[in-house]
Design a protein around this ligand. Sequence first.
Ligand SMILES: Nc1ncnc2c1ncn2[C@@H]1O[C@H](COP(=O)(O)OP(=O)(O)OP(=O)(O)O)[C@@H](O)[C@H]1O
Length: 626
Amino acid sequence: MANASRETTPKPAKSSRPSVRERFDALRNLRPFLRQIWDTSPSLTLATLGLRLVRALLPVVMLYVGKLIIDEALRLVGLDARLTTIGQWLDSGLLEPLLWLLALEFGLAVLSDVLGRLVSLFDSLLSELFTNATSVRLMEHAALLDLEDFEDSELQDRLDRARRQTMGRMTLMSQLFGQAQDLVTIVSFAAGLIVYAPWLILLLAVALVPAFLGEAHFNALNYTLNYSWTPERRELEYLRQTGASVETAKEVKIFGLHAFLIGRFRELSEKFYRANRSLAIRRAGWGSLLTALGTLGYYVAYAYIAWRTVRGEFSIGDLTFLAGSFRRLRQLLEGMLVGFSQVAGQALYLDDLFSFFEIAPEITSPPSPRPFPAVIHQGFVFEDVGFRYPGAERWAVRHLSFTLKAGEVLALVGENGAGKTTLVKLLARLYDPDEGRILLDGHDLRDYDLDVLRRNIGVIFQDFVRYHLTAAENIAVGRVEARGDRARIVEAARRSLADDVIAKLPRGYDQVIGKRFRNGVDLSGGEWQKVAIARAYMRDSQLLILDEPTAALDARSEFEVFQRFKELSDGRTAVLISHRFSSVRMADRILVLDQGQVEAVGTHEELLAQQGRYAELFELQAAGYR
Ligand SMILES: Nc1ncnc2c1ncn2[C@@H]1O[C@H](COP(=O)(O)OP(=O)(O)OP(=O)(O)O)[C@@H](O)[C@H]1O
């Protein structure tokens, strides 16, 4: 079922190059984006916007005061007051208006600077909060997704792009707010200029259109480049990690893989660099040319103002005010248009972030789930269960029918790839069957609440995670709510034989294990496994599954671990997977899987008596020890 629905709802494919429509469509992302910024911190958002509004009006005021200063200075020159020393000038009181104007200009300059700094401060605080909040949302959403989604490379690309967005979008916020601020400044300048020469403003605006179109075009190309290179960028990241991490260092050294990895990294990064460089060069070339057009517009306006000043229609103060205003207006309009196309470009990247949030998990709880049995009575029943991994041709398991009775310890045996782990994943609803159903106490697993179901199941996988945390935390992850309960952790360690391992650590339970962090101590493979198995006891769930986490244990340890497991399981339902028959025979019943199907079920003695594959494999192993 899962497969079928995946196929009918393909992920929205994006064309290699976003069309104009797609680019405008992307602008709709700005609304939720702004909403999220607001939700992050309303007070900081208000503060930065308010300060920007005040700051937006300062340039025109300052320029106008500048004009008044020049006009006043020229007036004083024309007075012919015959005063020579500064003392005489001051005494005369003639300087007073000029001094007041200068003081005002000074005050405005200081204010503008202080406001600018405050705006950057609030912006950076807000950006950081926003990035953190988005990262948290990203992790929360990732936690909801199906395992199947994670195994899909398309999703990994998307996740990668989304992860980049949480960092990269900080600039977008400042840019958007900056745009709003500039718009206010532009309106204020335009209002001042419109009195003098309205059509010059139009000239300026028109002259900037080519630069705007050029920017928009190159932004789209840039996005396409980044988009289409996502898999390669992920590969680069992977190579970088493989080439330089604790986990891989051992094997990389032994096999001398450095040169191979570096060579591959170089080749790929070189290609990416070349693609980037060629685009950057074209962008710079076209950018300069188109901007020159805008500059031309400005000088035409300048010449016109100069001409009217010469004819005596404008004062020198007017000339400086107008020239200054036009220069600023041009810069602002240019910034605005370029900024707009950048914002539109960035909005495309927001698509990646938001489209990640749109991926909905398919393995979910029903709207009104059945109450989970406080004590499982009948157990689990597989009814003709079939499952195929997404994209796989072959069925991993098919026509699988058997019962896992409440309170029994069932061992699963079978050769590599027989479907043992798949069966476990189906039990824990990491996947749902494509055919048939799994019943728990007579009801489909899908009728129960997913979280409650998982809370009642504990699985320790073959490839359990080695958390680079303390020994105590490594056990506590089995029931993370109880991580403060040291007695419970110690008891779990005792049961799984991890207590001896931990006793040898310099800091005991508080020792960080794994080599990634400072003071970390590494464990042997078997020691890690004992710690991981303690998680099962920590979890203390109704159904416990050990999927071969014992492969690295020596024969005696595995025997002991399983024996204790059986003794301590205390009438609980359990599934054991192991390739060691000495351990397997301890189970109440054994299920032999072959190519995704049940070949035989029975006790050790029954299966031996059947003289089938189980007996054959058992003999093979036993012979090895004789
Ligand atoms: N994530 C996956 N995607 C696609 N195919 C998979 C995936 N995991 C397992 N398979 C395939 O499903 C089949 C059953 O695999 P499974 O892991 O259940 O075997 P197993 O009995 O646990 O083997 P082992 O003893 O090696 O652990 C195999 O053919 C395997 O190649």
